[in-house]
Design a protein around this ligand. Structure first.
Ligand code: AMP
Length: 211
């Protein structure tokens, strides 16, 4: 299964990608996590990306395309993968096709902007491994600590309310047109966000026919 997850920032792509990844035994490639790790380690890509990520703008397409093509060539991607947060623009989607990267499905998680703004205020992210939590709907077992690696949980700079608004504007202008792009190729599947993570997972499994 080669799957793309589409949806606004805060729609739950990262959380659902982690669940589907375990369920299907395929890796998740999250461009957001790759960029945050690069920023933390001060690599050239990280330095290039920092100002964009922290202000809620998109990192230039050529940087992203390079990162993703390199990652998808690794052996663990041979049997499939989940792309979380890429493509985010039509040129990125075209670049995947131009590099011979064929996907099976593009799954869009639909959610209202107002729900996102509320949700992002409770989001916490592990500083070390990038796993995400929510203070109400998906709390860690020990407050402030990652269940997976014990790392410290922090509020991402780009989860600040003004930046969330900017990221939603970017999503509607640049990323949402990808729904038509994949619908035209017969690959789009949409599910509505549900009141709980489990119900959203169930809706996704039904839509992808992997129950
Ligand atoms: P995310 O964790 O997916 O919400 O990504 C966080 C930030 O990383 C975004 O707001 C962008 O600044 C940057 N980013 C992640 N993926 C992409 C992408 N495919 N294209 C451009 N920028 C990206």
């Amino acid at each position: 299964m080669k799957l793309i997850l589409l949806g606004a920032p805060g729609a739950g792509k990262g959380t659902q990608a982690e669940i589907l990844s375990r369920r299907l035994g395929i890796p998740t490639i999250s461009t957001g996590n790759i960029l945050r790790a690069a920023m933390k380690n001060g690599t050239p890509v990280g330095l290039q990306a920092k100002a964009y990520v922290e202000s809620g703008r998109l990192v230039p397409d050529d940087v992203i395309i390079g990162i993703v093509c390199e990652r998808l060539a690794e052996p663990d991607c041979a049997n499939g993968y989940i792309l979380d947060g890429m493509p985010r623009t039509i040129p990125q989607a075209e670049a995947l096709e131009a590099n011979g990267i064929e996907i099976d499905r593009a799954l869009s998680i639909e959610i209202a902007d107002a729900v996102i703004v509320e949700r992002m205020s409770g989001r916490r992210t592990c500083k070390d491994c990038g796993a995400t939590y929510h203070v109400v709907s998906n709390p860690p077992k020990a407050e402030g600590r990652c269940d997976l690696c014990g790392g410290e949980l922090t509020i991402r700079k780009d989860d600040a309310p003004e930046t969330v608004k900017a990221r939603l504007d970017v999503y509607h202008a640049e990323t949402e047109p990808l729904k038509d792009f994949y619908a035209a190729r017969g690959k789009l599947v949409s599910v509505d966000n549900q009141p709980t993570i489990e119900l959203t997972t169930a809706a996704i499994e039904k839509a992808l026919d992997i129950q």
